[in-house]
Design a protein around this ligand. Structure first.
Ligand code: CA
Ligand code: CA
Length: 299
C-alpha cells in the first residue's frame, strides 16, 4: 500500500502544489497526518503565542490520481482512521464562538485510552474519528487549508469518518488530494474551533468517476447521504446546501421538484458542521433508505 508520510504536507490546496505521490484509480493509500497544530503543542503550559502559525493545519499530500481530469469526480472511500495516543484542545479569547466569553487561554491534553478521550476525572467521551481537512485542488487559486470551499478543505464535518465515502470535484489534472486535521471526537459546530485535535493515519481507496452527477462535495455514510456546502455566513451555507440537495433529488434522483423540497422538509436534517472557520459549513442529511426507495444507487 502506498503510504504518504506526514513530512509531506501543504498549507493550501493549490493547482501549483507538487504531488507528494502518484496513485492510480482504484488504489488504496494511507495518509499519515499531523494534528492541526503540526504537533507543536505537547504540554498544557504551551501557549498559542509560542506557535509557529505558518505550520497550522498541515494537510498531507497532495496525491496525484492518474487519469483524473477536470470535470471528473474523485470518489474517496474512507476505509480506516487510526489515531495517535493523545489529543489536544484549546479555548482562548476571540477564538470561535466560546471565545467570545473566554477570558484566558487554556490548553488541555487528553489521552485516548480504550476507545475513549479522557476529558477529565468524570468525563470520558467515546472516540468518533473524523477528518477535518480533506479536499482537492481548486482550479485557479490557492485556498488555505484553514478554509473550506467548493473543493472541500477545512469542512470539519463529523460525518467524514471510517465507512463513509466522500465525493470531491476534480478541478485540475490528477485532482491533487490532500487531508489532515483529524479529530478523535467533535460536536457539530466546533464551537471553540477545536475538536479533539490529533495526529493519525487515514486509509482510503480513490476512484476516478467520469463527469459529476452529484452536488460536490457529497458524502455517503452507512445510513445517510448528504451534500456539504460552505459559504461566508451560516445562512448562506444553510440555503446553499438545501437547494443543492433539492436539485439533486429532482434532477438526478428523479423526484418531482416540489416533492424534493417537501421530502427535505420532512426527513432532511440540516446540520451545522462548523460555525467557526473563515467560511461556515452546513450539511443536509437524508436517510439512505429513502434514496434506495427511489431506485437511486450511488456511483
Ligand atoms: Ca478544522
Ligand atoms: Ca481541527
Amino acid at each position: 500500500m502506498l503510504i504518504i508520510k506526514r513530512d509531506t504536507v501543504v498549507y493550501a490546496m493549490s493547482p501549483d502544489n507538487v504531488p507528494a505521490a502518484h496513485a492510480r484509480s482504484g488504489d488504496t493509500l494511507c495518509f499519515e497526518t499531523l494534528d492541526c497544530f503540526g504537533g507543536q503543542i505537547t504540554k498544557p503550559t504551551d501557549r498559542m503565542g509560542q506557535l509557529d502559525w505558518s505550520r497550522i493545519n498541515p494537510a498531507t499530500g497532495p496525491v496525484c490520481v492518474e487519469g483524473a481530469r477536470p470535470g471528473d469526480t474523485l470518489k474517496v472511500e474512507i476505509l480506516n482512521i487510526d489515531l495517535a495516543a493523545q489529543a489536544v484542545i484549546l479555548e482562548a479569547p476571540d477564538n470561535g464562538i466560546t471565545g467570545l466569553a473566554a477570558t484566558e487561554e487554556q490548553i488541555k491534553l487528553m489521552p485516548v485510552v480504550d476507545g475513549k478521550v479522557i476529558f477529565n476525572e468524570k468525563i470520558a467521551l467515546p472516540i468518533c474519528p473524523m477528518i477535518g481537512v480533506i479536499g482537492t485542488a481548486p482550479a485557479d487559486k490557492a485556498v488555505s487549508t484553514g478554509s473550506p470551499e467548493a473543493h472541500g478543505g477545512n469542512m470539519d464535518c463529523k460525518r467524514i469518518g471510517a465507512g463513509s465515502t466522500l465525493y470531491l470535484p476534480v478541478n485540475v489534472p490528477g485532482a491533487l488530494l490532500a487531508m489532515g486535521d483529524l479529530h478523535a471526537v467533535m460536536g457539530d459546530g466546533e464551537v471553540c474551533v477545536c475538536g479533539a485535535e490529533i495526529g493519525g493515519a487515514v486509509t482510503v481507496r480513490v476512484t476516478v468517476l467520469p463527469g459529476q452527477s452529484l452536488p460536490l462535495p457529497f458524502l455517503v455514510t452507512r445510513t445517510a447521504a448528504m451534500a456539504l456546502y460552505s459559504a461566508e455566513g451560516l445562512d448562506a451555507a444553510a440555503e446553499g446546501v438545501t437547494l443543492r440537495m433539492r436539485q439533486f433529488l429532482h434532477e438526478t434522483v428523479g423526484l418531482p421538484a416540489h416533492e424534493a423540497g417537501m421530502l427535505l422538509s420532512l426527513a432532511g436534517e440540516l446540520c451545522i458542521c462548523q460555525a467557526v472557520d473563515p467560511n461556515k459549513t452546513c450539511r443536509m442529511e437524508l436517510p439512505l433508505a429513502l434514496l434506495h426507495n427511489c431506485g437511486y444507487v450511488f456511483p
